[in-house]
Design a protein around this ligand. Sequence first.
Ligand code: FAD
Length: 467
Amino acid sequence: MLRRTLLLGLGRGPLGRGLGTHRGGSILDRDGKMSEIKKKIRSILPGGDWNPLYDTSYLPPESSDVVIVGGGVLGLSVAYWLKKLEKPRGAIRVLVVERDHTYSRASTVLSVGGIRQQFSVPENVQLSLFSIDFLRNINEYLAVADDPPLDIQFNPSGYLLLASEKGAAIMENNVKVQRQEGAKVCLMSPEQLRNKFPWINTEGVALASYGMEHEGWFDPWCLLQGLRRKVQSMGVLFCRGEVTRFVSSSNLMKTASGEEVNLKRIHEVHVKIDQSLEYQPVECAIVINAAGAWSGQVAELAGIGKGPPGTLQGTKLPVELRKRYVYLWHCPQGPGLETPFVIDPSGTYFRREGLGHNYLGGCSPTEEEEPDPGNLEVDHDFFQDRVWPPLAQRVPAFETLKVRSAWAGYYDYNTFDQNGVPLLLGREGPGAQHHLSLAGRAGRLQAVRPRPTESVGGRDPRTDGPG
Ligand SMILES: Cc1cc2nc3c(=O)[nH]c(=O)nc-3n(C[C@H](O)[C@H](O)[C@H](O)COP(=O)(O)OP(=O)(O)OC[C@H]3O[C@@H](n4cnc5c(N)ncnc54)[C@H](O)[C@@H]3O)c2cc1C
């Protein structure tokens, strides 16, 4: 529809496309100043067709091999690796569709930027070991010629997970898994803990695990911007808009054994253009669902979860948005530079923020306390009632803290087993297994048992929050 309007009403080419939908363009039209400004720019610019007034970069192309829904850290990472591994160079056209270029609600920029190796599932430890190498050598991956080197403010520091008597055995087991996978983690008794971190009250702590390397935190906004700059330099296209619909086609196929299978695939994505009621169809071969906390909703657009109960199509992608608060406080008497990223058996966590005795942290609510995710307002009573008491119990110096600011973000919460989910959309049938497709994974959900939850400090089952 939009494409038709553009082609018929305004003529072909970038000029028509730019003026047809861009609000800035129409304002200039109304004032009748367009040709004047155009002339001025032409006289200033040293030749060539480029003209900043006709920027059409916000419009998606009419087709792309891969469409990535969501331009957060995951969407951009997928774009990066697709381009990095493509052969020959330029073989794959990749489009990232992001509806909010300010990232005002994206989890990536509202997170606390922690990276740990201390998980209970080997795959997560491996993912994290790979990621830490990426972060520590960020300019080997994300450098862009003629641009200054990227600084993601990486702060190396171990995570310190504390376990109660009840969680100690789980913690020991987890550490065994982590060491088998190559992570350097040590177990500490309460006495060792007191010797190393004298500001900790070890009451109720039976065991602790401490990451000796490859853990810490960084600035997620810098990482996001660095990834964006890099993938743009690699030829990835960006579009400001919202994916609102998938168009699929079905083919009846026969397997080698003669069984008839309906092979359904997405061949078109509808992108609603920012600040417009119109959409642009984009033909594609593959769709990646990187919509974070909204990926359950995006999966539903593809029909996942909408079929009859008990069938593949009737199985929802179990990802929901959960609202989480982060509080930033100041405490001159608080622990110093050696403060690790502490996670208490109660689920309360904190880490140092900068060098001026500032800290940030929070706690996941219980299932009954889950706040309404309808907005991102902060509940300050939650700090008073649920975060501060365990904090001050664990670090007595925090009795005197003063909260300076706070924010809320959406956590991408997998209600099934709290682990990551493969991101590809749009294939069913025999090919699905080869593609780790979302539909395939969701289809197996009923058959498989949840993987162990990523319990923190032996605490089960709430594990969301930092890292
Ligand atoms: C308070 C908090 C603290 C956290 N701390 C940590 C931590 O310390 N360490 C850690 O590893 N993780 C942490 N996390 C989790 C981590 O932030 C997320 O898992 C991660 O950022 C998810 O990245 P993403 O790219 O999938 O999602 P996002 O960053 O949310 O990006 C998804 C994007 O998709 C876009 N989108 C959605 N639907 C559409 C659509 N239909 N069309 C177009 N665009 C769409 C959204 O606008 C959004 O920008 C934390 C999360 C929170 C909330």
